[in-house]
Design a protein around this ligand. Structure first.
Ligand code: SF4
Ligand code: SF4
Length: 102
């Protein structure tokens, strides 16, 4: 599942720079997570980094974006491929679907 930020967010700014996928951005009133970019940190870390740093624990999983570990890993691979294309650099060495996330 992707995560989402509840209205308990105090706009402390600490989660945004921690997201390895650039999925967190300031919204109209509080920070928001783009569910199409959030992999629950699968592919990067063992635990969601935003949840680790949020001082008010306002980042639960979203029941609207139910995804398996394999689907999250596929999303991670798509994001990495898109980033490689956007930067014009060589394609990233990506894990296969059977690979464990880092
Ligand atoms: S769980 Fe990870 S990928 Fe998702 S918003 Fe939080 S830091 Fe970003
Ligand atoms: S860390 Fe939590 S309180 Fe701070 S901006 Fe992010 S979601 Fe909001």
């Amino acid at each position: 599942m992707a995560l989402w930020i509840t209205d308990e967010c105090i706009n402390c700014d600490v989660c945004e720079p921690e997201c390895p996928n650039g999925a967190i951005a300031m919204g109209v009133e509080i920070y928001e997570i783009d569910p199409h970019k959030c992999t629950e940190c699968v592919g990067h870390f063992d635990e969601p980094q935003c949840v680790q740093v949020c001082p008010v624990s306002c980042i639960p999983v979203s029941p609207l974006f139910v995804e398996t570990e394999a689907q999250l890993l596929d999303k991670y691979r798509r994001l990495q491929a898109a980033a490689a294309v956007a930067t014009g650099g060589p394609a990233a060495v990506l894990p296969t679907s059977s690979s464990k996330p880092a």
